[in-house]
Design a protein around this ligand. Structure first.
Ligand code: KIV
Ligand code: ZN
Length: 515
């Protein structure tokens, strides 16, 4: 009989702690709805006391997302717990997740306290949370570096106080798989009360062992794993959800466990999180990287053509990576495009379909064939578009190895065309400056990433930027067969997000050439 492993997704909380990946309410809801389709057991939707915006976002997710438990994080203090409860009280299945440092390092250096006081604080916080919410999780932060006797006692006492889930995190990614597996086994042997609750683990990836540690913990009796899509999270990240799920599925004969995850939603979820949070997935990333199912050496290609199992241990279809059935080109009509979109799992209302069709024709005019990844990228960008205060009309670049690059940019704003030109340190810099001269909003580029969506010299380029406007950072994404245009579209997307968030446009009728 397979044992069920509960998948606790913390992309929207620990994942969101990645610098610059802060999400707004709409973006959080979009990801939460996709996590619901993925069938995670728990969505940790945020840390509501961290900001009024996060409280609002967690509250909205609690109202709109049914199915998974919706958890909110709280420090072991009454005020945090009250706010966390405020955020999740309308959820179908609410959970308050209380945490407190339990290692001596955390107790003495961070909390400036002692074990007795920490114990009292944890018990009181769990009791209080339990008086509000029937489902309370308690995390022994830095659990893997906590003295074992104290760890057992704090777990026993917080279970008595009403915790239904006990989480023992490897907060700093210090543990080794044998050690962490052993810790879980010893806890099960030493704390009989753990039989009445769920035992959870939460691993960070500082030594690249987060997934291995989570799997070792499952092998030794953990019931729940806390993880994130694409392994994003604080510092080196958290354990990757897709890797844990596929290890358990691919090697089920060893682990004898099952999850409720709909693996066919994995690829789409990974792409969505990467796009919305603007965190690219490394090409060689297990399970969801762009190279995960591509075979380049002749021997491997020959083997895969004869039988895929020679070099593939999972089927791309299991992850929702669809194989091509018809080839789309600029001559493909609306019905071929619609057919392909349905195959890829997109059912779109007509206004959005028209926008996607127009963009598809624009790209297909310049690229011979549009494959699944190209289409996915086009759709995702159109779906997530904010209102376009400024629309791309055209760009022209003059660049060479012996000249200062010059970009001429034309944008549409309020039905009028605005053109300006700028020089820059490179063609991308020049085009960004050209945009800036038209919008009148100075931005500082904090991050820039460009990748080919597919292989080949006519590949669709996908640019991601993070731009600081005023005190906030806005992400933007753009695609085009022309990498400068993809970059310009990404920058414009970030500008439009800024405007959608209340920033003002100050367009004049500019005509000079800026440096
Ligand atoms: O890493 C950690 O210990 C955490 C806790 C708050 C669960 O994120
Ligand atoms: Zn964490």
């Amino acid at each position: 009989m397979s044992r069920k492993i509960h998948i606790f997704d913390t992309t929207l909380r620990d994942g969101e702690q990645v610098p610059g990946a802060k999400l707004n309410k709409r973006q959080k809801i979009e990801i939460a709805k996709q996590l619901e389709k993925l069938k995670v057991d728990v969505i940790e939707a945020g840390f509501p006391c961290s900001s009024p915006g996060d409280l609002e976002a967690v509250r909205a997710i609690s109202r709109e997302v049914k199915g998974p438990v919706i958890a909110a994080l709280a420090r072991a203090v009454k005020e945090d717990i009250d706010i966390a409860w405020e955020a999740v009280r309308e959820a179908q299945k609410p959970r308050i997740h209380v945490f407190l440092g339990s290692s001596d390092i955390h107790i003495q250096k961070k909390l400036r306290s002692d074990r007795n006081k920490a114990m009292a604080m944890a018990v009181e916080a769990v009791k209080y949370a339990r008086s509000l919410c029937p489902d309370v999780e308690f995390s022994t932060e830095d659990g893997s570096r906590t003295e074992f006797g104290f760890l057992c006692r704090i777990i026993e006492e917080t279970i008595k106080a009403g915790a239904g889930v006990i989480n023992v995190p490897d907060t700093v990614g210090y543990a080794l798989p044998e050690e962490y597996g052993d810790l879980v086994r010893r806890l099960r042997e030493s704390v009989p009360a753990l039989e009445r609750v769920l035992l959870s683990v939460h691993c960070h990836n500082d030594l690249g062992l987060a997934v291995a540690n989570s799997i070792a913990a499952i092998r030794n009796g953990a019931d729940q794993v806390e993880c994130t899509i694409n392994g994003i999270g604080e510092r080196a990240g958290n354990a990757s959800l897709e890797e844990i799920v596929m290890v358990l599925k691919t090697r089920s004969e060893i682990y004898q466990t099952k999850t409720d995850i709909d693996t066919k939603e994995i690829y789409r979820t990974s792409r969505m999180v990467s796009r919305i949070m603007n965190i690219p997935v490394q090409p060689n990333k297990a399970i969801v990287g762009s190279n995960a199912f591509s075979h380049s050496s002749g021997i491997h290609q020959d083997g895969v053509l004869k039988d895929r199992t020679t070099y593939e241990i999972m089927k791309p279809e299991e992850l929702g990576i669809k194989q091509q059935t018809i080839v789309l080109t600029a001559r493909s009509g609306r019905s071929a495009l619609r057919h392909r979109l349905v195959e890829l799992g997109f059912s779109l209302e007509s206004e959005l379909f028209e926008r996607i069709y127009n963009r598809f024709i624009d790209v297909a005019d310049r690229k011979k064939e549009i494959n699944a990844q190209d289409l996915q990228s086009i759709v995702e960008i159109e779906v997530s578009k904010v209102p376009e205060t400024y629309k791309m009309h055209s760009i022209q670049i003059m660049s060479g190895n012996k000249m200062v690059p010059l970009a001429s940019v034309t944008l549409e704003h309020d039905g009028k065309l605005y053109t300006d030109a700028a020089t820059g340190n490179g063609p991308v810099d020049a085009v960004f400056k050209g945009i800036e001269r038209i919008t009148g909003i100075p931005g500082t580029l904090r991050d820039y990433d460009l990748k080919a969506v597919t292989m080949g010299t006519d590949a669709l380029g996908e640019a991601m930027v993070r731009v600081e406007f005023g005190e906030d950072i806005y992400s933007g994404i753009g695609t085009s067969p022309d990498v400068i245009e993809a970059s310009a579209r990404a920058y414009l997307n970030a500008c439009n997000r800024y405007f959608a968030n209340g920033g003002g446009a100050t367009t004049k009728s500019p005509d000079g050439v800026g440096g």
